[in-house]
Design a protein around this ligand. Sequence first.
Ligand code: ARG
Length: 559
Amino acid sequence: MDYKREIAKLFAPHLTEEEAYSLLVPPKDIAMGDICLPCFRLAKTMRMSPVAIADKLAAELTLPPFVAEVKSVAGYLNFKFSSHDFASTVLGNVLSQGAVYGKSDLGAGKTVCIDYSSINIAKPFHIGHLSTTVLGAALYRLYKELGYNVVGINHLGDWGTQFGKLIVAYHKWSSKEEIERGGVRKLVEIYVKFHQEAEDHPELDEEARSWFKKLEDGDEEAVSLWKWFKEITLADDVPIYDRLGVHFDSYAGESFYNDKMDAVVDELAAKGLLTLSDGAQIVELDGMPPCIIRKSDGATLYATRDLAAAFYRKSTYDFAKCLYVVAYQQNLHFKQWFEVVHKMGYEWYKDLEHVAFGMVSLEDGAMSTRKGNAVWLTDVLDKAVEKAAEIIKQKSPDLDDPNEVAEMVGVGSVIFSALINNRIKDIEFRYDKILNFDGETCPYVQYTHARCASLLAKAGEWQAPRDYGALSDDVAKDILRNLERYPSLLREAADKNEPSMITRHVVDLCKLYNKFYFDNKILTAPDGVREARLALTLAVKTVMENGMAIIGIRLPDKM
Ligand code: ARG
């Protein structure tokens, strides 16, 4: 039952259910009650002071059985739920629904496309791709949980002049065997070498240009090398996605749109939106620089591909929303081409959304692919797992599967670091910080989960309690409120495309539960009380699991 909704129905004819619903808030002081209606908004229509309105309503309302008490305090109407009813309804909901608690069919019949990770072929899959990858994957699971049809797209950077350079470098300094052995790192190495060599030998650039031209013209050797570079890169990168639990429905990258851009350019021309500027074709925009569609040499641009991709996605998937999970550095790029779609007269430009996020900085500083000092994500994961293994060895030397737990903790901590704060915030990545067992961290959440799991394992079989009156202290009530709020929180997190709201909610739940755990005996509590506390523990564990599953973090039962 949605308590807030039930309360919201009580105020007719003064307020509609929706109005009341949006006004209801938790009271500032939880001792005052569980939910509260500020009466100021009613003063005009009811022609009374808020204080008098609250008094009048308190006296007149017909209360539903789960409300134990209503009080008027200085213009606020405070409702206190009966502990038993509130607890039994919340826990009943969570425990009967289990793994599907939070799931809904809100998005039934609607499709959301999510463009995320979108790494570049023959370039490092580096720490800068962490946020887009795990943020996109979390949104993917979140929208699925809310019943949407979701299409996860890895818009691979698989086209551009760099492939001409790579072909030259490959011919000059490498071999099939070497690349097969060395994978994408070898590709990056020869790419870096190309840039070093080209400084003294500018003719290399000329050669690279001519190879890229061949590739564009469909030359057999150029095309087969390009395809092979893609295979080599993905063979190294797909296992990283597996490790992170990240899934895509489509790997249609930039090259996929090679034959789909002319139609867009033609339509822009037909609609009179193209202007010639120094030989380049551009779309003029209000209040921002123009969007360049074709360079003077005829080459298309990143934005041209994004336009073609948007039209393709709209006609293929008929999305209700298309999200682009890309760093804020590209704000202008997205603003520009979204506006081009608007100018073309398509109302669905409003359904395109740039889900921007901040930068990751590392202890060891900046990186550049050209110079070859990128920090590879796979190395970061390995290092985190290695450090997690050391900590676990010290803290819990008797685990049956220490390696598996270290993998969950290490990888989980890296994911968590990108999904604990508001996405727009820059991230300062430090191993000791993310692997700290105390604080708002992944190991803290995992440890709390293991605590619940081991407690429940020790409890053995128990009967559902008949009376939940034991869960009436403030901490238990806060826990119940957290659990009760979880389904609506998921909807808000989707509205804002902000998975960190879920992470935070689970962290708050862990803090509350740990407080509850230290303040109360559970296994040795008297009959009835024991069962109520166990039920609470099981519900906490369930919501942690459901929330962390969306975030993409695995929770060990022992650690
Ligand atoms: N590959 C691009 C990069 O590394 C990101 C692509 C984002 N997606 C898009 N549709 N533009 O910057």
